[in-house]
Design a protein around this ligand. Structure first.
Ligand code: UGA
Length: 461
């Protein structure tokens, strides 16, 4: 029996269905575009943050009908007008182009009645002890449960939020069962489908994934997700619910480990007069190692790596394990930004009253996000040592200002260049175009153009 009610996928010409699924993504898109509007599945997405919105917009692009749900009325209104409430490359364009396939609502009842699959995409922020806060996931699971009580048809609930192993089975499942009065595996399906989207390139990452991971409670759920993702040509990894949850944490922890590792090697290289980038290039050609995430510098930040590493460590300790490697990965990353201050002091020994230009406040280029940015501990240390900070970032100044209103924010990078020394903290393209001649530059992100400075020091090279 058809697991869901989609005329285009479950009834009609079976060859056409095969044709839709067996082709690669590009061909699939052109096919859809040439045929006009093809509805494949009815999806609802709980949480219109960057993961939820990118997921919704990309599924809409693939021809599915998507209902985004959020408690924020302003977001809902913007999405319904085809506008993106957040900046993410390509997202605004998708929301306007595929407007007919996407709607947004605060009404969970409406969304659940009019969809067959619901993705949970709400945040799992850190608590003060590093453990993760499940309150949004719990609240959404409860709401989904209440709405399923009113619905006769089978429905699939998919957790996409980053949650620790066991959460989908031990937290989401019982909440949905309790509030719906229904049985998992019989009345509704349950799956865990982690996301691997990088901020700034999330749309591209969604449409061109390296792999898709689906952990399923039951076969029917697996069949629906197989069908939903069949258009992708990458490997689809089918696992248990908990393995899917762990793959997400282990992937982020491994990437953070790679960076901390190369930074430790980089600190050694710096002392020995070796260029770590030459070392990384040489290492990276070994297929077992790979060159990605071996750019040394002042460390990793963002909304994910710090939160996920801390959650994993807190969880390991709870389980009675001593996660030595993970703890060191975080420790190396906490110390790494201070390397740039050490190097600065070789050239400006006393920072009191000296003007220091800070280039880049975002945790990486292409975003206005300052969460976990390496600029935070660096600016803190500069201020503690009495320096006068002149900062510039093309996107992130407003967000940084909320945390550090007391520093000077420049209207252009040129403006910030007129300082006693300049620190490069984010590798923004526009920093390449500056004239660094005659300047003192300490580089935390390997900007080739800055090497023309009168005095140039790289953190790990
Ligand atoms: C990260 C992961 O890369 C995504 O796969 C994952 O889905 C996401 O977290 C998440 O859990 O949601 P993101 O936080 O957007 O994505 O940032 P990345 O592009 O991975 O960069 C993280 C940090 O590492 C940045 O501060 C960046 O400057 C730094 N980095 C990256 C390095 O210092 N060196 C490198 O070689 C690469």
């Amino acid at each position: 029996m058809c697991p869901f009610n989609y005329p285009d996928t479950c009834t009609g010409d079976p060859n056409r269905r095969e044709e839709n699924y067996e082709i690669d993504l590009h061909a699939y898109q052109s096919l859809n575009e040439s045929r006009g509007y093809v509805v494949l599945m009815n999806l609802s997405i709980a949480g219109a943050g960057y993961v939820g919105l990118v997921t919704g917009a990309c599924f809409a692009k693939l021809g599915n009908r998507v209902i985004c749900m959020d408690i924020d009325e302003m977001k809902i209104d913007m999405i319904n007008r085809g506008l993106s409430p957040l900046y993410e490359e390509g997202l605004g364009e998708l929301l306007i182009t595929y407007r007919d396939n996407i709607e947004a609502t605060t009404d969970y009842g409406y969304a659940l009645r009019n969809s067959d699959v619901t993705f949970i995409c709400v945040g799992t922020p850190s608590k003060s002890d590093g453990s993760f806060d499940l309150s949004f996931v719990r609240a959404v699971a409860e709401e989904i449960g209440k709405q399923l009580k009113e619905k006769e048809e089978w429905h699939l609930v998919v957790v996409k939020s980053t949650v620790l192993p066991g959460t989908t089975r031990d937290v989401v499942l019982p909440i949905v069962e309790k509030h719906s009065g229904k049985r998992v595996g019989r009345d509704f399906g349950l799956a865990m489908n982690p996301e691997f989207l990088r901020e700034g390139v999330a749309v591209k990452d969604f449409l061109e994934p390296d792999r898709i991971v689906i952990g399923c409670y039951d076969e029917r759920s697996r069949d629906v997700l197989r069908a939903l993702y069949k258009v992708f040509s990458c490997p689809i990894v089918e696992t248990s619910l908990s393995a899917a949850e762990m793959i997400k944490y282990a992937s982020n922890a491994f990437l953070a480990t790679k960076i901390s590792f190369i930074n430790e090697i980089g600190n050694l290289c710096k002392r020995a007069g070796v260029d770590t980038y030459e070392v990384a290039d040489g290492m990276g050609l070994d297929e077992r190692i790979g060159r990605a995430f071996l750019d040394s510098g002042i460390g990793w930040g963002g909304s994910c790596f710090p939160k996920d590493l801390h959650a994993l460590i807190a969880w390991a300790q709870e389980l009675g394990e001593n996660p030595r490697i993970l703890e060191r990965v975080v420790e190396v990353n906490d110390l790494q930004p201070l390397k740039i201050i050490e190097l600065l002091k070789r050239h400006v020994p006393l920072l009191t009253g000296r003007v220091i230009g800070v280039f880049g406040l975002a945790f990486k280029p292409g975003t206005d996000d300052v969460r976990g940015s390496r600029a935070l501990p660096i600016v803190k240390q500069l201020l503690e040592e009495g320096a006068i900070v002149k900062a510039y970032d093309p996107e992130a100044m407003e967000n940084f200002k909320k945390l550090y209103p007391q520093i000077e924010y420049c209207s252009s990078a040129e403006d910030a260049l007129s300082s006693d020394a300049v620190l490069i903290l984010t590798r923004w393209e526009e920093f390449r175009k500056l004239d660094y001649k005659g300047k003192v530059v300490i580089d935390g992100r390997r900007l080739e153009e800055a090497k023309k400075a009168k005095i140039y020091e790289g953190v790990c090279w």
